[in-house]
Design a protein around this ligand. Sequence first.
Ligand code: NAD
Length: 492
Amino acid sequence: MATTVESLAAQSAPATLKNYINGQWAASTSNERLVVPNPATEAPLAYVPLSNAADVQAAVDAARAAAYEWGEMPPPERAGYLFKLREAMLDNREALAKLVTTENGKVLSDATGEVRRGIEVVDFACGAPTLLMGQNLDQVSRGIDSEMVRFPVGVVAGITPFNFPFMVPMWMLPLAIACGNSFILKPSERTPLSSQRIIEICEEAGIPAGVVGLVHGAVETVTGLITNPGVDAISFVGSERVARIVYETAAKSGKRVQALGGAKNHIIAMPDAVLDQSVPNIAESAFGNAGQRCLAGSVLTLVGEARERMLPRLLEHADTIKMGFGLDAGVSLGPVIRGEARERIHTLVDQGVAAGAKMLRDGRGTGPEKGYFVGPTLLEIAPTSPLAREEVFGPVLSILYAKDLDEALRLMAETNEYGNAASIYTASGSAAREFKRKATSGMLGVNVGVAAPMAFFPFSGRRKSFFGDLHATGRDGVEFYTTKKVITARWF
Ligand code: NAD
């Protein structure tokens, strides 16, 4: 049966999810499991098994067995499966968005956007025959020709975070299989339901047994995958701490790795920023998805008169934000993922205040009684504050002041070791150009608060936000999921 909000509600009791191995849904052989609640209501939705080494081995064996034939299939034929997957995903997009809202907490409009952005990667992967073309040079030397040909890497494992339970698995799966690899997904144990549905849709689209697999779980499951000799490549997205562990461990096991880590994104607002559009856009960057985006604006540097122009408007805007369950009408801010996440955010805010931050708007303790809510919170901070440096991952916006763009760029570089995203709000082309050249992050927004590249471009975080060489999506994704051979030939 399809995993939907309706099918979950119709169950007499929450069920334990199954793994998908060799085209079959199979119970994990582990007895350990965690409850998956709706973070807006705390009502249990399902249990997720914490799969063990035997489950991982079975998934890897099935993926290895399927890899050869899938990799030998002509790319246009493989693309045929991607077109079917795209249609099936589009047919399910509304149900998918409702599922994302229910397990993650983000409001329906955000979930709808997430689903669209995920399907966009299938659009891109449908171009596999073009994307997989190699290169050649005839007559590289007299009577000798050279060509570069791409091959699949083999078995790829994808390990994903809770905050984009549909989109992040979709950064990986469509492109990995379009390139001829088999793919095993280990979704976040906090949001496993969207992945469950992704794999069901792959099954409905007729993707052959073993080409996609699903193993639920947590640390032990990940360790099993990143050290397994049958896995050739690891795509990881999550916190900086775990990205570093996964990068080092998988690389030591001889695998190619791309590990996308945490973030601390700065926004600079210049005195000439266009207020009516900038204020809601900055608020959306900071508070949308309850601040649980790796591209969320977390520090806002107001330059010169931007302080007087923008701050009162931002505070007014924050007061209009209504918290609740994201499927309910009029709600613009959902909960954070768990009670522990809320406690962590409260503690970080406390530490900021203890270090001298001035509270402008305290959202803690506000919102519905049930659910893990934190309201929009704004503080004035000093550059030395922990709130200038540490990822908060909640709806908290810390404000710095600078006299000019030079000082704002210097503050950004000095306080922030991450390098995911940064944005500038300005009406000046020359300020935007200066920002583009000097900002230290890999994804930049000009009057755009969540500068998420479309699937045709790489998701190009850097510094502490990315470990590896080739990013997710875009041509980087194709390079990551293929290996090259260069043939030099002459004929006697
Ligand atoms: P997380 O690091 O806690 O978990 C990510 C995955 O790693 C999960 O599947 C989890 O089961 C697994 N995991 C957790 N601890 C592990 C360990 N010790 N060893 C091996 N595996 C382990 O991340 P999260 O809380 O789910 O997601 C939020 C984080 O992800 C934030 O830091 C956010 O910035 C980051 N993120 C980054 C990007 C990006 O593109 N750079 C995108 C989305 C999220």
